[in-house]
Design a protein around this ligand. Structure first.
Ligand code: NAD
Length: 431
């Protein structure tokens, strides 16, 4: 897996940098909005607007040329009322305290929507991994692990890969932690290689959950999957897995794209014949007979549109050109707030990221269970359990949507907040 590749509980949120609001603004805005729609103790809402802890460390790295550079590292723990903190670690020059807080809050909601016994966390190092050799990345990772060792652990806070980190990064963290604890602790991180306790089916999980939710949403709107057309922006981990599953289930995938543009065929593409991002990066247009721009893909008159590349691709500037009947968010935050409101006015339903791509953190939870029990599941077990978790979450969101007459996004946030608030009420405030 390349350092650029993300395989993450919560995803990489490249979008956040491009958004006018910070991740923290967005997360607080969403919390306040959900809180205003249900009867919830305002003291709990106030508690949830703040992280429980922000761990900020400095990480000295001896470069290959002998010089020492110092980087800033963060681990933000937002809320653990329902279970250990869970969320990715990213290596990116824009990693900051504030961004990590916002992303940690999103993880709290995401885990609650799919009813996992986890809270939300996020963190990382403000480094460009492309500037580091493999040896430097390993040294940085081991030192960072040491700096946050007292606040992570299989029962306290469980990191995962995110933007700029990979299964190999998780293996180094697991090894460093295990050596210092003098016992093998696979459950301290998820997204590991399967040779040391990683789960089968983890890599494809976010795309699989996007496909499952897409299928259920089509069914809800009474569109038989065999008669639907689908366009997918981004043919990476999330987009390719989602596109191929929907293709296998009978949908006609008319367009998929990468950063260079889209392959388009109104009769349906053979999604298995197009190499994914990790096999041959940015190769989609090389395998196309007809090429569209990414902007044109978003404007296709399809039954289902899945933006699964980066954030903030549907904004006030292009939302009036969107012709899809239904949108399922594969990427994190692909639709701006303003555009989301316009889509609602136009009657185009949007199923939000916090349920659709939650398959990643769900299979991370399965990985953690397997690590704790020291028993690996088969791929079939992972897929069956994921299906069950996603269908249960979908039904729960659907019930909230109908009960409160709100959008899918509002329903997902209401469900998450209700579960978190109930847990806070039960536990109370100590002292
Ligand atoms: P990836 O790196 O595997 O693939 C990204 C794809 O998007 C590539 O095909 C790339 O060419 C394309 N792309 C990049 N910039 C683009 C642009 N400006 N316009 C169009 N296409 C562009 O990434 P991924 O893991 O599939 O993640 C995609 C999104 O899903 C991100 O928002 C990420 O945060 C989110 N997500 C990922 C996971 C995960 O575990 N992989 C989990 C949850 C959410």
């Amino acid at each position: 897996m390349s350092p650029d590749h993300c395989s993450t509980d919560g995803g990489t949120e490249q979008l956040v940098e491009a958004q006018p609001e910070t991740a923290l603004d967005t997360a607080r805005h969403q919390l306040v909005r959900a809180a205003s729609q249900i009867d919830v103790d305002q003291n709990i809402v106030e508690r949830l607007t703040h992280p429980r802890a922000v761990h900020e460390v400095t990480i000295p790295l001896r470069r290959d040329d002998g010089t020492v550079e110092v980087y800033q590292g963060y681990r933000v723990q937002h809320d653990n009322v329902r279970g250990p903190y869970k969320g990715g670690l990213r290596y990116h020059p824009h990693v900051s305290r504030e961004e990590s807080i916002g992303l940690a809050m999103w993880m709290t909601w995401k885990c609650a929507v799919v009813d996992l016994p986890f809270g939300g966390a996020k963190g990382g190092v403000n480094v460009d991994p492309k500037d580091l050799s493999d040896d430097e990345t390993e040294r940085l990772t081991r030192r960072f692990t040491n700096e946050i060792r007292n606040v992570i652990g299989p029962m306290t806070d469980i990191p995962a890969p995110d933007m700029g980190t990979s299964a190999q990064t998780m293996a180094w963290i697991m090894d460093t932690y295990s050596v210092q604890e003098a016992e093998t602790s696979p459950g301290v991180v998820t997204g590991k290689p399967t040779s040391i306790g990683g789960s089968r089916g983890r890599e494809e999980a976010p795309g699989r959950s996007v496909a499952i939710i897409g299928r259920e949403a089509l069914d809800y709107y009474e569109r038989p999957i065999e008669e639907t057309t689908v366009a997918v922006q981004g043919f990476g981990s999330v987009g390719a897995n989602a596109a191929r599953l929907l293709d296998d289930w009978g949908a006609t995938v008319v367009a998929v794209s990468d950063v260079n543009g889209a392959a388009y065929d109104p009769d349906g593409l053979d999604t298995w014949a197009i190499p994914t991002h990790d096999v041959e990066p940015e190769a989609v247009t090389k395998h196309a007979t007809e090429v569209l721009s990414n902007e044109e893909l978003l404007e296709l008159d399809v039954d289902l549109l899945i933006p699964a590349a980066v954030g903030n691709v549907i904004t006030e500037a292009n939302v009036s050109d969107v012709e899809a009947n239904l949108i399922v968010e594969g990427a994190n935050g692909p639709i701006s707030f303003a555009a989301d409101a316009i889509l609602t006015d136009r009657g185009i339903p949007v199923v939000p990221d916090i349920i659709a791509n939650a398959g990643g953190v769900t299979v991370s939870y399965f990985e953690w269970l397997q690590d704790i029990n020291r028993r690996a599941w088969t791929l079939e077990e992972v897929q069956d359990e994921l299906e069950e978790v996603m269908l249960t979450a979908w039904e729960a969101v659907r019930r909230e949507r109908e009960a409160h007459e709100v959008t899918w996004r509002e329903a997902a946030y209401i469900l998450a907040l209700t579960r978190i608030a109930e847990a806070h009420e039960s536990r109370g405030l100590w002292p």
